[in-house]
Design a protein around this ligand. Structure first.
Ligand code: C2O
Length: 546
């Protein structure tokens, strides 16, 4: 029997303040957030689902986890504690390079604050994992309590698991949550929709379930003789928002700010409202835009964030369904069906209201990309090695695996041009830890097969004459994606040129990084089945030089 859509109310996740008030001034705060196994109701008619959930206590743990609200410049300390049992709720493929505790008890986890700018030991490196009670630890584990400086531009971040080889299943199990950095002096004057009711994170992901309510994950590898269980992608048929399948909510005829986070493993969402309501983009996954940009649809790769205002007073109908029409895998996979083509429903109240919020003409101006300041040009080729039966076996960057020594060693405070060459058939959302970047252009490769053949032997874009091949048609970068971002869609068969900035762009202090400091930072494709194991794209650890 089919599950009915739009029957559960859209929840808001519990909020945890990442600062405390002393008299009237905000002070740093230490939090404990645990990871618990518990049961979660994803839908009225679905039996409770075993999940892994973040929370201040087992009782209070939710999927997604609590939204952490931090203040710009005020430190938040989080002791992430693992209270998980020794058996995973999802298949664990030991043939992929993965965190395996020696005693084979306990589930390795480690938390990455996505979009956060902090020193490497707090970054949730894939090999800094730990099991329940910190009983066993990965080779790069160094501390129990992570220090988030919050000394960066205000905006929408999220936290998620990042353990070696287990990221995909730990995310599917529920280890995700939103994190907001606010800067009242800077954001207040904008008068954007604000407060619990009008400013809400929407964490969107896809899942499939068995009849008994448990999460279904196809656990026969595409290439079982190599990896019995691992698959390069995961797609579920139910669309979950803030922990409920196809939820509904009632809104007033006013403006709302929605921070839409794509927390899927592999699914892209191309979102639109069935009644034509528009998205007014105010920020990207990294920073505010210089000015708002209006669009009818918004394409979000895994881990991209659309920070938008929706003005429900403009609605000509009393209902608006947020829908999705992105093929999966993106761009050349199956079209959406009647299940995964729907996200959630808004019911708009009839009464007209006076709206005190506005969308200002100018938002926040950050330093514009300055090409002349780039000190390095790098070529980053994503290349998929396949077996005789055409199944992906290795996914390397410039032919190198995760364990290879760091090749990218940018200096803190500098900018570089990276040419990301996607030689695979799929769109890969590339995420760079710590840095921010702007997309300069996307150019199709001509005679791509010739270039590919050369790269498979030489692994050197310059020797393979990239400049002769990067001559095809150009793709338009959407206006709302022209600002600073930390993840972007690398179109297959194209070279995407980005200007990467290795520094804080909104900060009043500077940090020095230990040049020998391990474990450094990674960049990778955010299709989380690839995250944190050697066949992933990236995994170059770049160490900061000061
Ligand atoms: Cu959101 Cu390295 O990841």
């Amino acid at each position: 029997s089919k599950l009915e859509m739009f029957v559960d109310e859209l929840p808001d996740m519990p909020k945890i303040q990442g600062f405390r008030m002393l008299n009237t001034s905000p002070k740093p705060k230490s939090l404990m957030i645990g990871m618990f196994k518990k049961k979660w109701k994803f839908h009225r008619d679905l039996p409770p689902t075993p999940v892994f959930a973040y929370g201040a206590s087992r009782r209070g743990a939710t999927v997604p986890g609590p939204t952490i609200e931090a203040l710009q410049g005020i430190d938040t300390y989080v002791t992430w504690k693992n209270f998980l049992p020794s058996r995973h709720i999802l298949p664990w493929d030991p043939t992929i390079p993965t965190a395996i505790p020696a005693t084979k008890t306990g589930i390795p986890t480690v938390v990455h604050l996505h979009g956060g700018m902090h020193e490497p030991a707090n970054d949730g490196n894939a090999n800094s994992w730990f099991t329940a009670g910190f009983k066993e630890k990965g080779p790069d584990w160094s501390k129990r309590t992570y220090h988030y400086n919050n000394n960066q531009q205000p905006g929408s971040l999220w936290y998620h698991d990042h353990a070696m080889g287990l990221t995909r299943v730990n995310l599917l199990a529920g280890l995700i949550g939103a994190y907001v950095i606010r800067h009242p002096e800077v954001e207040g004057p904008l008068e954007l929709p604000h407060g619990e009711e009008f400013d809400r994170p929407l964490i969107v992901f896809d899942r499939s379930f068995r009849k008994d309510g448990s999460i279904y994950m196809n656990s026969t590898g595409n290439n079982p003789s190599i990896h019995p269980q691992w698959q390069p992608e995961y797609f579920g048929d139910l669309i979950i928002v803030n922990g409920k399948a196809w939820p509904k909510t009632t809104v007033r005829r006013r403006k709302y700010r929605l921070r839409i986070i794509n927390a899927s493993n592999a699914r892209f969402f191309r979102l639109f409202f069935t009644n034509g309501l528009e998205f007014i983009h105010v920020a990207s996954d990294s920073t505010y835009l210089v000015e708002p940009v209006v669009s009818n649809e918004t394409l979000l790769a895994p881990s991209e964030i659309a920070d938008v205002v929706v003005d429900f007073s403009k609605s000509k109908t009393d209902e608006a369904v947020l829908a999705n029409d992105a093929p999966y895998p993106y761009p050349s996979g199956d079209p959406v069906n009647e299940l995964n083509g729907r996200v959630m429903k808004f019911t708009i109240k009839k009464e007209r209201e006076v709206d005190t919020w506005r969308v200002p003409e100018k938002l926040i101006q950050y330093p514009s990309p300055d090409l002349s300041s780039a000190t390095q040009t790098r070529y980053i080729a994503m290349y998929e090695y396949t077996s005789d039966t055409d199944e992906p076996t290795h996914l390397y960057i410039n032919g190198k695996p995760y364990e290879a020594p760091a090749t990218e060693t940018p200096k803190a405070g500098t900018s570089e041009i990276w040419n990301v060459i996607n030689l695979t058939e799929d769109n890969h959302p590339m995420h760079i830890h710590l840095a921010v970047f702007t997309v300069l252009d996307q150019t199709e490769l001509v005679k791509a097969e010739e270039f590919k053949a050369c790269m498979s032997k030489m692994n050197d874009a310059i020797k393979c004459q990239i400049s002769k091949h990067a001559r095809g048609k150009k793709l338009r970068v959407a206006a709302h994606e022209k600002g600073w971002k930390n993840v972007y869609k690398m179109t297959p068969g194209y070279v995407t040129r980005i200007l990467v900035r290795f520094s804080y762009i909104h900060s009043n202090t500077s940090y020095s990084f230990d040049p020998t400091g391990m474990p450094g930072y990674v960049y990778h494709c955010h299709v989380s089945n690839y995250i944190a194991f050697p066949f992933m794209f990236g995994g170059y650890i770049f160490k900061y030089k000061t």
